[in-house]
Design a protein around this ligand. Structure first.
Ligand code: FES
Ligand code: FE
Length: 397
């Protein structure tokens, strides 16, 4: 059976079989761009990247290149398509910077840092060009929560507060990590892999894999400290560790009480992992922004979260820990790319029986009075949380 034979409501069964085309089909991917990325709230940047008037970063919203900029006059944050109104070139090439103007390199049209078209070169060749209507296209809604900036292509819809719901208190806790908060202004490193963007999102809170995929890391750690790290045992037996479907596609893995819970002894690490639907993840001391490129190609930008108010030495140590697991020569990130993303994608080319099983712990999920759904640390509660919202967004009943 191919994806074209299945309606969105048929791609996931009631007993949590997921059709492989959810990960491999360009038709499903095209539908996601319309129904997931053009309808809801998307994380775009953190306020610490845009402290001063004129500061900007470039990123993507779905596949669409955007500039997130703090205006020079008002200090307001705009999210604008990075596309010249003349003949379509990107007007800003840098990842980040400070600029009063964005000047298109093709024919020199110039836009203010809030997107107004300010200058058209040799404009006498146009009979009646209405510059006031030719600014960079802005996303109609931009809102922040705890310093995290989100934007939406949809002019109408739930507010950011409504959308974040039970995920909001966790963003508040992240924002309070350092004595004076956090900063995400140390740049990022990125990985690219041949596989679907959802593989990275669902791997962020997949505690089941840790002892298998990261076995060599655990062995190195055991050699260094003289004993097997307790993480795998905790994942399977610690009753305080739990996964929670927070609603609206968001989910968390708590190591005990998120306010006081331990962080596995890693400097700067959060006492929980968090997924904010559809493509924002927090793990360790890292913000992870998952950027789809096609059904089978993904970019992930990994931003270390530094602690505002701590010394440079302290923050350098956070960076070292981050690099140790996730960096290009780190002991963990490349294992996930190889096994959890690319081997999965390779295996899913065997489409004769094209179904995955996502029912781990389904029978022991507990519904709380406020609607949250709780499971054990190694259950696939976060994945089901994601796909419940994915199905709603894709138009499945
Ligand atoms: Fe930008 Fe021509 S495409 S000025
Ligand atoms: Fe992993």
């Amino acid at each position: 059976m191919s994806a074209t034979d299945l309606e969105p409501g048929e791609l996931i069964t009631d007993d949590w079989r997921i059709h492989g085309s959810v990960y491999t089909s360009q038709a499903v991917f095209a539908a996601e761009l319309e129904r997931v990325f053009r309808t809801g709230w998307l994380y775009v940047a953190h306020e610490s990247q845009l402290r001063n008037p004129g500061d900007y970063i470039t990123t993507r919203a779905g596949l669409q290149p955007v500039i997130v900029s703090r205006g020079g006059d008002t200090g307001e944050i705009s999210v604008m398509l990075n596309r010249c109104r003349h003949r379509g070139a990107t007007v800003c090439q840098a990842d980040e910077g400070n600029a009063n103007f964005f000047r298109c390199a093709y024919h020199g049209w110039t836009y203010s840092n809030t997107g107004e078209l300010r200058g058209v070169t040799y404009d006498q060749a146009y009979e009646d060009l209405d510059k006031s209507s030719l600014g960079l296209i802005r996303l109609p809604r931009v809102e922040s929560h705890a310093g995290f900036i989100f934007a939406s292509f949809a002019a109408e819809g739930p507010s950011l507060a409504e959308f974040l719901g039970h995920a909001a208190p966790y963003l508040d806790l992240i924002a309070q990590q350092g004595p004076e908060g956090i900063r995400i202004d140390a740049g990022y490193h990125h990985i690219g892999y041949d596989g679907n963007w959802k593989l990275q999102v669902e791997n962020t809170i997949d505690n089941y894999h840790f002892g298998f995929v990261h076995r060599s890391f655990l062995e190195v750690l055991a050699d260094r400290v003289g004993q097997v790290p307790p993480i795998v045992r905790n994942i399977l037996t610690n009753d305080e560790w739990r996964t929670i479907d927070l609603g609206n596609g968001h989910s968390v893995h708590e190591f005990g009480d998120p306010k006081t819970g331990n962080n596995q002894g890693q400097l700067g690490d959060l006492p929980f992992n968090l997924i904010v639907f559809p493509n924002l993840c927090f793990v360790g001391a890292q913000l992870r922004h998952v950027l789809p490129l096609s059904a089978n190609r993904t970019e992930v930008r990994l931003y270390p979260m530094l602690h505002q108010g701590e010394s440079d030495e302290y923050n350098a140590e956070i960076l070292r820990v981050h690099e140790g697991f996730y960096g290009p020569a780190g002991m963990g990130g490349s294992d996930d790319v190889e096994i959890a993303f690319e081997r999965v994608t390779a295996g899913m080319q065997a489409t004769e029986h094209d179904w995955l099983i996502m029912s781990r712990g389904l029978h022991r999920e507990e519904q709380m009075p406020d609607g949250r759904v709780v499971g054990r640390a190694d259950d696939e509660v976060p994945q089901r949380a994601f796909y419940r919202q994915w199905q709603r967004s894709m138009g499945a009943s």
